[in-house]
Design a protein around this ligand. Structure first.
Ligand code: AMP
Ligand code: ZN
Length: 143
């Protein structure tokens, strides 16, 4: 199936390079880039290079490609423990960007990463571009 593109979609913009992203890894069908408001160092988003709002809308060709990419990125973070999170719809832990994405979230302490709590379950941080670039270099060195 040919790639779908939505010119109003932020993540389609990143796949096309019209919006900048800290690219971690890519294949012909998938792209991984750092989350700009990470909940832990190395927090990465893995997306298909074709627009689909939910997993159910995504063609199997893209789905087949993305699994090994998620695994590769998880290893690139260097974290021994991590969560993979994928939201479909506003009610489902609040999908904000309507382009399928898998969060790869390293879990290195009790206080960062994914926290199951009613109060603050997504402790996002403001991180400088320099810090993101340094994290990216570290991840790339693990390929
Ligand atoms: P979700 O709530 O599952 O839709 O997650 C969307 C994620 O995209 C959030 O964790 C945001 O921090 C992240 N995000 C938003 N804009 C950008 C961007 N331009 N580059 C990288 N990550 C982004
Ligand atoms: Zn899109």
């Amino acid at each position: 199936m040919s790639a779908q593109y939505d010119d109003k979609c932020l993540f389609c913009g990143i796949t096309k390079g019209v919006i900048p992203g800290f690219k971690v890894y890519e294949t012909d069908h998938s792209l991984a880039f750092l989350d700009i408001n990470p909940v832990s160092d190395g927090h990465t988003l893995v997306i298909p290079k074709s627009h689909a709002k939910t997993l159910g809308d995504l063609s199997d060709d893209y789905l087949r490609d993305i699994g090994p990419v998620i695994k590769k990125v998880a290893l690139m973070t260097g974290a021994e423990q991590y969560n993979i999170l994928q939201n479909n719809g506003k009610l489902a832990f609040q999908q904000h960007v309507d382009h399928v994405h898998f969060h790869v979230v390293p879990k290195t302490s009790e206080t960062d990463g994914l926290i199951i709590s009613l109060e603050n379950n997504w402790p996002q941080k403001q991180v400088s571009k320099e810090d993101l670039a340094a994290i990216l270099e570290k991840m790339k060195s693990r390929v």
